[in-house]
Design a protein around this ligand. Structure first.
Ligand code: NI
Length: 227
């Protein structure tokens, strides 16, 4: 499942992040790539332990914590500390690759199984040419280029790439997460069910049926969640 979540960050938050990013010291993006992806990765990345990265991580994680849609779709158990990248000039693309199945956070030694990846855009599509995130999966090819503040959530198992940025700069946040529900189909079923419950409650209030339906959702989650 590929999901577009609009306005994860407000305009004010995007502007604040852009100010921080404008003053940040970028490094070669190869530092977090595996040996195969490294050959295809040509971009800039903020050093993970830099003050700017820390401040930006907090803003992004707080915003994710507010998003009911993100929680419902991802059912996150562990989120790898978000990373920030920039594609511009000569460092402008990341060829087809698959993300490592497990990421280990250097500072804490924590392992995160990468069930889902996301990209959160800081630049609007009209600020740069190219730079589409292309995701290849069982659903075919999807090209993604979203407004600043919007996020795309997609399976980490997919082969994906970032097309060359031929003009301007594409700045984004990305990371991986381990879900409480590892199986994609179960996660999808819970997501669909949650959306139906929200609609039912909006249309009819907390009727007896809505309570029963909600109980089914939670009992399925209780059966499948690995916390
Ligand atoms: Ni990747």
């Amino acid at each position: 499942m590929l999901l577009h979540i609009p306005q994860v960050l407000s305009r004010d938050e995007v502007n604040h992040c852009r100010t921080l990013l404008a003053d940040a010291q970028w490094a070669d993006g190869k530092v977090t790539a595996g040996s195969q992806a490294e050959k295809r990765k040509n971009n800039y990345q903020l050093p993970e332990e830099s003050a700017a990265a820390k401040e930006l991580q907090k803003i992004v994680l707080d915003a994710l914590g507010r998003s009911a849609l993100f929680f419902s779709a991802a059912l996150p158990k562990k989120i790898f500390p978000p990373l920030f990248n920039c594609y511009t000039g000569e460092a402008n693309a990341f060829g087809n690759h698959v993300d490592n199945a497990v990421r280990t956070h250097r500072a804490t030694g924590t392992h995160v199984r990468t069930d889902l990846s996301f990209t959160l855009f800081f630049c609007d599509p009209n600020e740069y040419e190219g730079g589409e995130l292309v995701i290849e999966d069982t659903f075919g090819h999807q090209q993604v280029k979203l407004p600043a503040g919007d996020l795309v959530l997609y399976p980490s198992s997919s082969v994906h790439r970032v097309e060359p940025v031929t003009q301007g700069a594409r700045i984004a946040c990305f990371t991986w997460l381990e879900s409480m529900v590892r199986e994609t189909e179960r996660r999808r079923l819970l997501f669909e069910m949650d959306a139906a419950i929200v609609k039912l409650r909006q249309n009819s209030g907390d009727t007896e049926d809505a309570v029963r339906f909600t109980s089914c959702y939670h009992n399925l989650l209780r059966m499948w969640a690995n916390t």
